[in-house]
Design a protein around this ligand. Structure first.
Ligand code: CA
Length: 235
């Protein structure tokens, strides 16, 4: 059972995360201060650390630097402000990812899983290298195993058809897919659906992408009379 260290001083946020993680079979140790977290790390091994950036005794960034002296454990930051994200992305801190408050506990659990999976892969591929990870850099990141797609770091909450549509578009950015081709890829029984079914699902997919995209743009382009394509910049 992976052991997650959660350092968060807001009890209401911590409680929902502890509950969500335990439900998904993680062992959780919750601390409200960086000092307590460092005590835990001195005593026990942890597989993952979730750090609030705004802690009472030390910033989550400073805590991360302290943790890095001891361990290469994956770190996910919880941030309340956009201004903090630049520092995380600078990644001199060796953090692996971040989520912005307010977040859904399920999203956090999905991210923990994805990062642990990535960490396991990179460790098995290059055991001699240090295991600090770079964060996903693409605006859209597809994890076929968990059938999830992240958009600018946020988990897209997609229906099965939306997921398959976006996965198809992401498989070949810049390629124009006709509606018929998208029906083939995203519907088990394409004969029963119609072209405008694709349009309706692309529309709802775009709304979800825009919600998670700074500036509110979406990377799907309509080619009139032809079909849809995903901007290569999105990957
Ligand atoms: Ca806080």
């Amino acid at each position: 059972m992976p052991h997650v260290l959660l350092v968060e001083d807001e009890t209401s946020i911590a409680d929902t995360l502890v509950y969500a993680l335990k439900t998904e079979h993680f062992e959780v140790t919750h601390c409200t201060t960086a000092g307590d977290a460092l005590h835990v790390l001195a005593e026990r091994s942890v597989d993952f650390a979730i750090l609030d950036v705004g802690l009472p005794d030390m910033s989550g960034f400073d805590l991360c630097m302290e943790i890095r002296k001891l361990s290469a454990v994956p770190v996910l930051f919880l941030t309340a402000r956009d201004s903090e994200i630049d520092r995380i992305l600078g990644l001199e801190l060796g953090g692996d990812d971040y989520v912005t408050k307010p977040f859904s506990p399920r999203e956090v659990v999905a991210r923990v899983r994805a990062i642990l999976r990535r960490a396991a892969t990179s460790i098995s591929k290059i055991p001699e290298e240090n295991t600090c990870l770079t964060p996903s850099s693409g605006k859209l990141v597809h994890d076929p195993e968990s059938m999830t797609i992240l958009c600018h770091g946020g988990l897209l909450n997609l229906t099965a058809h939306e997921y398959k549509l976006l996965a198809a578009l992401m498989s070949q950015p810049g390629r124009i897919f006709t509606r018929e081709q998208l029906l083939e890829k995203a519907w088990d029984d394409p004969g029963s659906a119609m072209d405008r079914t694709v349009d309706a699902h692309v529309k709802s997919l775009r709304a979800k992408l825009r919600e998670l995209t700074p500036g509110g743009d979406d990377p799907i382009e309509t080619r009139r009379g032809l079909g849809y394509t995903l901007s290569p910049d999105a990957i």
